[in-house]
Ligand binder design. Structure first.
Ligand SMILES: CC(C)(COP(=O)(O)OP(=O)(O)OC[C@H]1O[C@@H](n2cnc3c(N)ncnc32)[C@H](O)[C@@H]1OP(=O)(O)O)[C@@H](O)C(=O)NCCC(=O)NCCS
Length: 286
């Protein structure tokens, strides 16, 4: 009998229904996007399907970051009956040249799924950092200091400047491009900017999910850090989220980021739940 061929190829929009069906039924899955976003993800990002004999046995979805050389793993699924380690290896191997053609030189994943640990470690992923979730009740918010920056809501034409602040404040892995920031706004995030001497020097984003107010972004330009602007932006965002009825605040941050963790802890945020590893892998080498 001829060996059964294994094909790993970029998905096309016409595959969306089959991929959605796959993700809905597969037991070992990791998904960080809503199925309504799948066609757009296929069009703009990189989704790979792995097939044998016409049957999908694996899917890998990667969003290349606009800036830098990172690709963010947004989804992986391996059908029952396939060994996860072999399946993940074949998906990564099949996707590699396509990813490199899109300028992706390294992959990262925010690993919330236990079953993926072993297979990813086996294929060269290493832990780069760990994210902690911080929570706080939404009452007793200190007043927003009036100084040193002037705060106002973002305007659409501010986005390029906000993206510059973001790029200066965050490591490339975590930075958001103008496109990603616009997407945040489109999702309903409330964005406030901090201005000094007519220049945007920081921003924060808050979003509401049920009764939780999530602080999705907070950044101050490195030239202006340590002057109280981060505290102003955070308190302003908390005050807004409280005013629209949330009962708790949440946020995620790297636990080895003392500027951020001290700020949050000084405002009575407390770490909650387990730490989430961030794994990375270089795919730039031959
Ligand atoms: C985290 C960040 C937003 C804080 O903004 P900031 O304007 O520098 O912070 P503030 O001047 O308002 O300081 C507020 C508190 O943060 C802590 N803090 C600020 N800088 C610090 C430093 N270098 N070391 C330790 N703690 C620090 C302190 O608790 C400080 O309170 P204090 O002034 O009463 O001591 C800013 O450092 C930043 O943009 N970092 C890069 C992006 C980032 O990590 N964002 C948050 C990730 S979710």
């Amino acid at each position: 009998m001829p060996p059964t061929q294994i094909i790993v190829r970029p998905a096309e929009v016409k595959d969306a229904q089959e991929i959605e069906h796959f993700f809905r039924h597969v037991r070992r899955r990791y998904i960080t996007f809503g199925m309504e976003d799948l066609p757009q993800l296929i069009r703009e990002d990189l989704v790979f399907v792995a097939k044998t004999g016409g049957l999908i046995w694996g899917v890998l979805a990667v969003s290349p970051k606009d800036a830098g050389e990172w690709g963010h793993i947004r989804g992986i699924g391996i059908i029952d009956g396939w060994q996860a380690r072999a399946g993940v290896g074949l998906l990564l191997y099949g996707a590699r040249s396509h990813l490199r053609n899109r300028g992706v030189r390294a992959l990262y994943i925010i690993l919330t799924e236990e079953w993926l640990h072993g297979p990813l470690h086996a294929h060269g992923f290493v832990q780069a950092s760990r994210l902690g979730t911080y929570l706080r009740h939404a009452h007793s918010i200190p007043p927003v200091p009036r100084d040193p920056a002037a705060l106002r809501l973002v305007r659409p034409d501010d986005i390029p400047q906000v993206a510059q602040v973001d790029r200066a404040a965050f490591a490339p892995l975590w930075s958001y491009s103008a496109r990603e920031l616009t997407y945040l706004l489109a999702l309903g995030c409330r964005m406030v900017v901090a201005e000094m001497d007519g220049r945007i020097v920081g921003y924060a984003c808050g979003e509401v999910t049920g009764d939780i107010g999530h602080i999705a972004r907070l950044a101050v330009h490195p030239d202006r850090q340590g002057q109280g602007i981060g505290r102003q932006l955070l308190l302003d965002t908390m005050t807004y989220l409280h005013s629209v009825g949330v009962t708790r605040f949440s946020l995620n941050t790297e636990i080895d980021n003392p500027q951020a963790t001290r700020l949050y802890e000084s405002l009575n945020f407390r770490r909650f739940g387990r730490l989430i590893p961030v794994l990375v892998k270089d795919i730039g080498e031959k």
